[in-house]
Design a protein around this ligand. Structure first.
Ligand code: SF4
Ligand code: SF4
Ligand code: SF4
Length: 163
C-alpha cells in the first residue's frame, strides 16, 4: 500500500510503482513537495492542459494529453517561489523508442518525426527494408509532442536518472 503521508511523499516511498513528472523548472522531487501548496494554479494556467491533479493533489505532467511548449505559464502562475528561472534547464527527462514501433514491423510511419520541432527524430534505412526512427538525445527537449501522436504508444519518457 502506498504511503500517502507527507513524510512518505518526501521520502518517495509511494513512488515505487509510478513514474511521476512534475511541471518544468520545478526542481527535484523533494524541493517540489516541500514548496508546492497544491493550489492548482499551474494546472489552470497550462495552455496545453497537460498538468493534472496527481496523488495527494500535487500536479503531474500527463504526456498522453499533449506536449509542453515551455511557455512558462505554470511557473508564472505559482504563488510560491518554487520554479527556477526560465533561462535554466526545465527538466532532465529521457525519451526512448521501444520495440513496438511499427517501423520495426515494416509498417511505414513517421508520425513522431512529423511532430518534433527540433528534428530530434530522424529516419534511417534498415535491414528490414524500411526506414526506422533514430533519436538524437541531445536535440530532444523532452517536450513529449511525439508521444501523443504515436499510434502504438511506442515512445516512453523517463527521468534521466532512472536510465
Ligand atoms: S511550460 Fe506551459 S505547456 Fe509546459 S507545463 Fe508549464 S504551462 Fe504547461
Ligand atoms: S510514431 Fe511511433 S510507430 Fe510511428 S515511427 Fe514513431 S515511434 Fe514508430
Ligand atoms: S520529446 Fe523529443 S523527440 Fe519527442 S517531439 Fe519533443 S523534442 Fe522531439
Amino acid at each position: 500500500m502506498a504511503d500517502l503521508s507527507r513524510r512518505g511523499l518526501l521520502t518517495g516511498s509511494w513512488r515505487s510503482n509510478a513514474t511521476v513528472f512534475r511541471p518544468p523548472w520545478s526542481g527535484d522531487e523533494t524541493h517540489f513537495l516541500v514548496e508546492c501548496i497544491r493550489c492548482s494554479e499551474c494546472m489552470t494556467a497550462c495552455e496545453t492542459r497537460i498538468l493534472r491533479r496527481g496523488l495527494s493533489g500535487y500536479p503531474e505532467v500527463d504526456f498522453s494529453k499533449g506536449e509542453c511548449t515551455f511557455c512558462y505559464a505554470c511557473a508564472d502562475s505559482c504563488p510560491q517561489k518554487l520554479f527556477y528561472p526560465r533561462e535554466t534547464t526545465p527538466w532532465e527527462h529521457s525519451l526512448s523508442i521501444g520495440d513496438g514501433c511499427m517501423a520495426y514491423a515494416s509498417v511505414e510511419c513517421r508520425s513522431c518525426q512529423d511532430s518534433c520541432d527540433t528534428q530530434a527524430i530522424t529516419f534511417r534505412p534498415s535491414s528490414q527494408g524500411i526506414a526506422v526512427p533514430k533519436l538524437n538525445h541531445s536535440a530532444c527537449t523532452a517536450c513529449g509532442a511525439c508521444i501523443t501522436g504515436c499510434p502504438v504508444s511506442a515512445l516512453t519518457m523517463r527521468h534521466a536518472d532512472a536510465n
